[in-house]
Design a binder for this molecule. Structure first.
Ligand SMILES: Nc1nc2c(ncn2[C@@H]2O[C@H](COP(=O)(O)OP(=O)(O)O)[C@@H](O)[C@H]2O)c(=O)[nH]1
Ligand SMILES: [Mg+2]
Length: 225
């Protein structure tokens, strides 16, 4: 269990898990490329490999995390213009293809027109409910803010669609180490109330790279192990 309380401490891993971590590292160091954007379900790629989806409020650090995980600067666009992308973005990982990362449109941006929110909900809900290739989701939560009502709504959507997910506390470098522990505890406590939430939650920083290797391993494990 202590391994799951990922606060940057190095705990010795059993051999099998070190092997997983190394395989994950190698996969993410290899070929990765943008496949396509799907503004509607009919544009989804064939569900021929496992998918891992990323969700989170706009500006939570989703694009930065995708770039950090894949060790590439410009793979996912990082921007300060929240709520502009309204598509599911697919990234192919591995050659031959092993898995897909799916960047879901951000939510919770202020002043979103009602019909845009409706469209977002329909697209995301339909994807979550109908996608057998979807193996797990990561719900990103800004360490400075903790869980917000919009995040809980996302968690309920995943619960209802029976898609297992991990919470990931992002921008860990932005909060004091002394604040990260209590934040971890309250977030984990709340995760326990959600049937599809995995008890292991992660902390990460795309800035310092802390927690990134552990996340890669979790993604690898969820998709391929
Ligand atoms: N300090 C710090 N800033 C981050 C981190 N991740 C993202 N950011 C910043 O937060 C802002 C939003 O990031 P972005 O990845 O575009 O968020 P997205 O809207 O969720 O895709 C940008 O200014 C990033 O540089 C992090 O781990 N640490
Ligand atoms: Mg983004």
């Amino acid at each position: 269990m202590t391994r799951e309380v990922n606060r940057g401490a190095k705990s010795p891993l059993p051999n099998g898990e070190r092997d997983l971590e190394e395989r994950a590292r190698r996969l993410f160091a290899g070929p990765i490329g943008f496949l396509k954007s799907a503004p509607e379900l009919k544009f989804l790629p064939d569900p021929d490999v496992p998918e891992i989806a990323f969700a989170g409020r706009s500006n939570v650090g989703k694009s930065s995390l995708l770039n950090a995980l894949t060790n590439r600067k410009g793979l996912a666009r990082t921007s300060n213009t929240p709520g502009r992308t309204q598509e599911l973005n697919f990234f192919d990982v591995g050659e031959p293809l092993q898995l897909r990362l799916v960047d879901m449109p951000g939510y919770g941006f202020a002043e979103a027109p009602k019909d845009l929110v409706k469209r977002w909900k329909r697209l995301v809900n339909d994807y979550l409910r109908g996608r057998t290739a979807l193996k797990r989701a990561l719900v990103l939560v800004d360490s400075r803010h903790g869980l917000k009502e919009v995040d809980r709504e996302m968690m309920r959507m995943l619960d209802d669609a029976a898609v297992g997910y991990h919470l990931v506390l992002t921008k860990g470098d932005k909060v004091k180490p002394s604040a990260l522990g209590p934040l971890y505890e309250t977030t984990a406590l709340e995760a326990r109330k959600h049937p599809a939430a995995h008890p292991a939650i992660f902390t990460a920083s795309s800035e310092t790279g802390s927690g990134i290797a552990e996340l890669r391993t979790a993604i690898f494990e969820a998709a391929l192990a």
